[in-house]
Design a protein around this ligand. Structure first.
Ligand SMILES: NCCCCCC(=O)NO
Ligand SMILES: [Zn+2]
Length: 346
């Protein structure tokens, strides 16, 4: 399988994140992608390419211009607040909640950090914008290769993207790579695209971006938001709105779910994707469903990812894989590449 690799991902390297009430070293580290790249090369699974030159205006098809403008300049504003900030990651501390306003753009940078985010777990640093923008270019390029006739392509990138909404970052995500890929497929004439999110965490950003649209069907298998991040979206009764009614499909699963139960949910999601007659598939490929993942709660084992790849291939759709989560760093390469290998063998 062709892989489009974000060689600028190393520019994004957070020091700390707020996790369960304390600042801890980041889980979302560069080594994650290095392990996947090494495993792809070790198995000789296809070639690695750099992304095509990317027209940033494409980002405005899934993200709000005022958000993009904020993210692009956030680091400079952070350092302008206090030169000592140059050695610190930018993290938000204040957020608008019920009854407060988000239509007015505050002058305060810390206030805008909160307006455009939903957690304090997503540090922003000098190279974050460049890394995220290049990652979106990888997702867009992978979609273009599939449009050009490749059966599948893999956007190997970080930071991940599925928690990023039109105008907010969070969950280690700044730009929604899967949404960029889906929009690229739509722009190329695919009448309906399915985005299937197999990451442990619900892709709240992707859901929100397409929630009122019937041309992109969103399906997600994930830890039940009653117990698991992102907590405030991902319930089964969220089925889409307006034209999008019926084109959002959440399958929350309890902590402790093993591959047998998980695979049954995947079958249900794929059956619905066939029913809505999707012409192409974007897979938000997180492997934090792994039993050894430090921040998640499913029980998938490494060999299960080979089966997952086979099941995804059986859908018989042109497929773009976009790398999302997975924090058991020693095993993330094997697990992610098992999906790619399983898909390609079928
Ligand atoms: N900091 C709270 C947990 C963030 C989850 C990130 C992730 O893996 N999303 O898929
Ligand atoms: Zn995740």
């Amino acid at each position: 399988m062709l892989t489009i690799y974000n060689d600028q991902h190393v520019l994004h390297q957070g020091k700390v994140e707020m996790f369960r009430g304390e600042l801890v070293p980041c889980f979302e580290v560069p080594a994650r992608v290095d392990h996947v790249k090494s495993e792809l090369e070790r198995r000789g699974l296809g070639s690695l390419q750099a992304p095509d030159a990317f027209d940033e205006s494409l980002l405005a098809k899934v993200h709000a211009p005022r958000y993009l403008d904020f993210i692009a300049h956030a680091w400079d504003e952070w350092v302008a607040l206090d030169p000592a900030n140059a050695t610190r990651d930018a993290l938000p501390s204040y957020w608008p909640t019920r009854g407060m306003r988000s239509d007015v753009l505050p002058k305060s940078f810390p206030a805008r950090m909160g307006l455009f985010s939903f957690d304090a777990g997503t540090p922003l640093m000098a190279g974050s914008w460049a890394a995220a923008r290049h990652g979106a270019a990888c997702a867009w390029t992978a979609a273009r290769r599939v449009i050009g006739g490749e059966r599948s392509a893999f956007a190997l990138t970080r930071p991940p993207g599925h928690h990023a909404g039109a105008d907010f970052f969070g969950g280690y995500c700044f730009l929604n790579n899967a949404a960029v890929a889906a929009q690229a497929l739509r722009d190329a004439g695919v009448e309906r695209v399915a985005v299937l999110d197999v990451d442990y965490h619900h892709g709240n950003g992707t859901q929100a971006i397409f929630y009122e649209r019937d041309d992109v069907h969103f399906a997600s298998l994930h830890g039940d938001p009653l117990t698991d991040y992102p907590y405030y979206l991902g319930h089964a009764d969220e089925r889409g709105a307006g034209r999008g009614e019926g084109f959002n499909h959440n399958l929350p699963l309890p902590r402790g779910t093993d591959f047998t139960a998980w695979r049954a949910a995947l079958k249900t999601a794929l059956a619905r994707i066939a029913e809505v007659k999707a012409g192409a598939l974007v897979v938000s490929l997180g492997v934090d469903t792994f039993e050894g993942d430090p921040i998640s709660g499913f029980k998938l084992r490494s060999d299960d990812y080979l089966r997952m790849g086979e099941d995804l291939a059986r859908a018989g759709l042109p497929t773009v894989f976009v790398f999302e989560g997975g924090y058991a760093v020693a095993e993330v390469g094997v697990n992610a590449v098992n999906v790619i290998e399983g898909f390609g063998q079928f």
